[in-house]
Design a protein around this ligand. Structure first.
Ligand code: NAP
Length: 292
């Protein structure tokens, strides 16, 4: 039977641990503080930021969503970010993507320093990830959440062939580095990959992060190798329901996965959990910086 890799029990367990950490920090007069900058009215971004705030508050951290007008000028946007960076009480800053077209060329990570980059996208944090040094950097939230998920359900990636579909800087590439660090053999695929079905049929673990509803079907799988499937995709169907990059029903009906993440309720909540974990690390580090 296919195991359903739900996020809920993981989030519940880790929320308790994070709450204990915020209590310890409060004894040192530190309240982890996250600022989320949301430009415009994109409905999906509103939901994502609201969920991030919700979990932050659940662990007794402070979280403010700063909503900026869709037509804010580049200089006003940059100044807003600079002000947040200067505030020593702010431990983490994230800009909710996507940004409106006229702000797309702003290099956010030239403004948000690596120590407040709780998303883990700053080149210094990504560089540390490539080097395999995690102790003084932030690991991007979705890849980190996927590792938490596999660990919770008792799956070790060592020696496994992991096929990742999607090579974005926020999911595919950092996940490939992280999995490699954990001794997986990684094949990173994208839109120009030839013979994708051949590769997925050889996989022990498949991760889809492409943004194409129900893209991965039984034709990508073989009857001899039954993989674990991690579906990162979040897609809106015309009926407003969410679905992943995997044709979940098709795969389940045919019993072609050892385990599979649902959408919603799989990778998404773990991305948010990782953000909360990174925020607490940032707050803890701020104490060492104050003391040194
Ligand atoms: P992205 O930046 O648009 O990248 C998509 C990747 O998929 C690209 O590398 C692209 O290849 C590849 N791709 C597209 N069509 C393909 C095809 N037919 N065959 C093989 N590869 C294909 O996307 P993203 O930001 O990584 O997000 C991907 C999905 O994950 C979206 O649905 C997003 O909403 C979701 N997401 C979810 C979470 C979460 O927490 N659950 C977090 C982040 C993103 P090329 O590079 O060749 O163009």
């Amino acid at each position: 039977m296919t195991v359903l890799l739900k996020a809920a029990p993981i989030v519940e367990k880790h929320t308790k641990i994070l709450k204990q950490k915020t209590t310890s920090l409060s004894l040192k007069n530190v309240v982890p503080c996250l600022k989320i900058v949301l430009v415009g009215n994109d409905p999906a971004s509103k939901i994502y930021t609201r969920n991030k705030k919700r979990l932050s508050e659940k662990i007794n951290a402070s979280c403010e969503i700063i909503v900026l007008n869709e037509d804010i000028s580049e200089s006003d946007f940059v100044n807003k970010l600079r002000k947040l960076v200067e505030n020593v009480k702010v431990h983490g800053i994230l800009v909710q993507l996507p940004l409106p077209k006229h702000l797309k060329n702003v290099d956010i990570h030239k403004i948000i320093p690596p120590e407040k980059d709780v998303d883990g996208f700053h080149s210094q944090n990504l560089g540390r990830l490539m080097e395999g040094h995690f102790e003084d950097s932030f690991v991007p939230c979705t890849p980190k959440g996927i590792m938490t998920l596999l660990d919770f359900y008792g799956y070790n990636v060592m020696g496994e062939h992991v096929v990742i579909i999607g090579r974005s800087l926020i999911v595919g590439k950092p996940l490939a580095a992280l999995m490699t660090h954990h001794h997986a053999t990684v094949t990173l695929c994208h839109s120009r990959t030839q013979n994708l079905e051949y590769l997925t049929k050889e996989a022990d673990i498949i991760v889809t992060a492409i943004g194409r509803p129900k893209f991965l079907t039984r034709k990508h799988l073989s009857l001899t190798k039954i993989p674990i499937i991690i579906d990162v995709g979040i897609n809106s169907l015309p009926n407003k329901k969410l679905c992943g990059d995997v044709d979940f029903e098709d795969i389940i009906d045919w019993g072609m996965a050892t385990a599979i993440t649902p959408v919603p309720g799989g990778v998404g909540p773990l991305t948010i959990l990782s953000l909360a974990e990174n925020l607490l690390i940032a707050a803890e580090r701020s104490i060492y910086e104050m003391e040194s």
